[in-house]
Design a binder for this molecule. Structure first.
Ligand code: SAH
Ligand code: AVI
Length: 719
């Protein structure tokens, strides 16, 4: 198991940190035989015994050996355990390391102990020279890098044996992989700053800070999975030269590649070699042991590309929450060659050979792997390998070009509006918040999760009803009509309408949640290539004009999801009236409504047993803390779902479970225990109340269809 050992920069912690970092590699070697630790599987790898020795030699060569009159523990070790430092004299070349049967493992461990003793004495003097202190920290990070190399090399060795030996009982990792979340995050790009930029340790190759121009791009939320990779194989991915770079195709042929390293077709399925032995390939797990050439071919097969390292860094720095497994699973190939940043200066002295001299012919990988010690990697970290290498714990995450900045239906300054609105709502009595602020990227994900809950009937019921009525209503749309959807979210129900009306010319999804909108618009554009997709991000309660270029066909408003239920009566009338103006004189409007039903059914739908709706509700406070710097103690607010019969609405509240004061926008907002914020109303209608609402907004109800229990309804309105 890798010891979690975040490397501190403070002297007081030096000895503790040193000990914990140095304990990690012997812990990895626990249970391995001297034979396991002596063999070398290929020229790129080193024996475990060599890693144990070399990481000790590093402290001796870089730090201890600087002392005038220093006597090495064993002068011969300079040659044996020097990796690549020309300045430090001759050495045994890497392909020969496995031939060094002497010193024995026991002697190497004694060498480690002696170096640790000398380093402890060195630390006792509380060294203050900044250069030596940097080399000390570098030595610790170097040790951590070799902890991962130790595991990579060990796996490669184990994979050479027909016995498929397990190096350890379970794969050494700090935590399980995060589940996939789907979609991608979009970035406007522009002039952005990348690199380490100060604060804590960084390798010389991570600086200096500099600006990079990025075109708009999107980065997938998830790593490419084994299941994705199997689809690539089954589509003949390894046999189609048009997918490969020339050097990549030459490598495929020379090496006979037909799957990732360590994969084997065993009977019906694929197996792979892991540190815990040979196991079935898990289709949901991130794909590993892929070269840059394979990553690049796969991206081409998908019609996407690898991100540049600047795109990866900018995306993960700005929106770490948008990605699963950015760190801790596999290093992710980028499209960037490993080259110096503008103004790069190698560390002075012997350590100048650490990184800089490798800046040719290698490609950068970002993130970290499950085998990277905890706290070792960071967002600016640049790992690098040759494009054909694949024995490291490496995989990929895809990127794509994105159209220019999203057109805003309302002006910018969303955060300022959120702040103003929330402060105003929490200054009222009783306290209120608008449900539209639920929908940041996380809120949209949580709503998607709600739609899949067994208790949350509205989505399923409405989709089923729409499947029935859409083919009946679509002939009225006429040629080249434009579908304008309000609160489009994931645009899932849209597909039912698009499939029933193949003549639709344009689709205008409108949503306040930029991330959900962007991902959904791109998915729709991919599936319906002839449709003009023109997304508008913004508040549908403050609409400007429809985008240009959507043709002159009839406008069909689409407002599903019973989202109208989240509006106050006067808001709903104002919205429907404004929508009628926006869509024009011969418009149609498909309106989804939830109907009044038994309170038990309603309460279960808004207080599900898995707690997803509770998380959705609390996300408002999480968002306020992140975006507005508010200081809500989120766990001190309980989710409440209440049926208000008099107002015919379900209500969601966040109830304070203790007396407290919360800082927001320089104010202190007092909560007494039991006091709540009313965060959402979901009005439940009857046919009569829908007719009355639509008519008050100047629409005529042409059709009204009700589905089976638990019932929702769809109305077709005419302008
Ligand atoms: N139509 C989808 C999603 C409904 S969830 C369905 O039927 O499943 C409600 C959607 O409306 C969310 O995507 C949310 O971001 C969006 N939304 C809520 N209030 C909004 C507002 N005032 N302006 C624009 N979009 C809004
Ligand atoms: C989007 N809207 C119609 C949902 C509703 O049912 O009111 C939002 C929601 N709130 C809790 N669960 C789902």
């Amino acid at each position: 198991m890798n010891a979690p050992s975040r490397i501190a920069d403070r002297t007081a912690d030096d000895l503790t940190t040193y000990r914990s970092v140095r304990a990690a590699m012997p812990a990895l070697a626990q249970g391995l035989s001297p034979e396991d630790l002596a063999a070398q599987s290929m020229p790129d790898c080193s024996p475990g015994k060599w890693h144990l020795a070399h990481t000790s030699w590093f402290f001796e060569a870089m730090i201890l050996g600087e002392e005038p009159g220093y006597r090495p523990v064993d002068p011969r070790f300079q040659t044996l355990f020097n990796s690549y430092y020309e300045a430090l004299g001759p050495r045994v070349e890497r392909p020969e390391r496995g031939l060094m049967t002497r010193p024995s493992l026991g002697e190497v461990m004694a060498y480690r102990r002696e170096i640790d003793r000398r380093m402890t004495a060195w630390l006792d003097q509380e060294p203050a020279d900044p250069r030596l202190r940097y080399l000390f920290t570098l030595g610790l990070h170097h040790d951590q890098q070799h902890q991962e190399l130790f595991l990579m090399d060990l796996l490669n060795l184990m994979a050479r044996s027909p016995l498929d030996p397990a190096a350890c009982e379970a794969e050494p990792r700090a935590r399980a992989a995060q589940p996939a979340r789907g979609g991608s995050a979009r970035f406007d790009g522009g002039l952005v700053e990348i690199s380490h930029g100060g604060g804590g340790f960084a390798f010389d190759n991570e600086g200096p800070a500099h600006r990079v121009w990025l075109e708009p791009y999107a980065l997938d939320a998830d790593l490419v999975s084994n299941g994705d990779w199997i689809a690539f194989i089954e589509d003949g991915g390894y046999a189609r030269p048009e997918l490969w770079l020339s050097d990549g195709w030459a490598t495929v042929q020379a090496e006979g590649w037909d799957a990732p390293l360590y994969w084997r077709r065993d009977g019906a399925g694929w197996t792979t070699m892991t540190l815990a032995g040979r196991t079935a390939v898990d289709p949901t797990a991130p794909a590993r042991h892929l070269s840059f050439y394979e990553a690049d071919a796969y991206a081409r097969w998908c019609g996407k590309r690898l991100p540049t390292e600047a795109e990866w860094e900018h995306a993960v720095r700005c929106r770490p929450e948008a990605f699963s497994n950015a760190f801790g699973e596999v290093w992710q190939w980028t499209a960037s060659a490993y080259a110096p940043y503008p103004g790069f200066k190698p560390t002075e002295g012997t350590a100048s050979e650490y990184n800089g001299k490798f800046m040719a012919n290698q490609m950068v990988l970002r993130g970290s792997s499950f085998a990277t010690p905890e706290g070792h990697a960071r967002v600016s970290y640049r790992n690098f390998f040759y494009p054909h290498q694949r024995w490291a714990f490496m995989g990929l995450r895809l990127a794509g070009d994105a159209p220019g900045p999203l057109v805003r239906a309302t002006d910018a300054g969303e955060t300022a509006r959120f702040r103003r609105d929330l402060v105003a709502g929490l200054s009222r009595s009783p306290k209120v918040a608008s449900p539209k602020w639920f929908y940041d990227a996380e809120g949209s994900h949580l709503f998607e999760a709600i739609t899949r809950l067994p208790e949350y009937y509205p989505t399923r019921q409405e989709a089923a009803l729409l499947r029935r009525v859409a083919p009946e209503w679509s002939p009225r749309f006429g040629p080249a009509a434009a579908l304008v959807e309000f609160g489009s979210g994931a645009s899932e129900k849209t597909r039912i309408v698009l499939d029933a009306a193949p003549d639709l010319g344009a689709y205008v999804p409108i949503d306040i949640s930029a991330d959900a909108l962007d991902a959904a618009a791109r998915r729709i554009a991919e599936t319906y290539p002839k449709l003009k997709v023109a997304p508008l991000v913004g508040d549908f309660l403050h609409l400007g004009a429809l985008p240009a270029g959507i043709g002159a066909g009839r406008r069909i408003g689409f407002f599903p999801g019973s989202t109208i239920g989240n509006l106050e009566r006067d808001e709903a009338i104002a919205f429907l009236t404004a929508a009628r103006g926006l869509l024009g004189p011969d418009a149609l409007f498909i309106l989804g409504i939830d109907l009044v039903k038994a309170p038990a059914t309603l309460i279960a739908a808004y207080d599900d047993s898995a707690g997803v709706t509770a998380a959705f509700n609390r996300n408002l406070l999480v968002r306020a803390n992140r975006e507005l710097g508010a200081e809500f103690d989120v766990d001190s607010f309980a989710h409440r779902a209440v049926w208000n019969a008099a107002a015919s609405r379900m209500e969601m509240h966040l109830e304070a479970t203790r007396n407290m004061t919360v800082r927001l926008d320089g104010r202190r907002i007092a909560f007494s225990r039991g006091e709540s914020i009313h965060t959402e109303s979901s009005r439940k209608y009857t046919e009569a109340s829908v007719r009355e609402l639509a008519e008050a907004a100047g629409w005529r109800v042409a059709e009204f269809e009700t589905g089976p229990a638990p019932s929702v309804a769809l109305a077709l309105l005419e302008a």
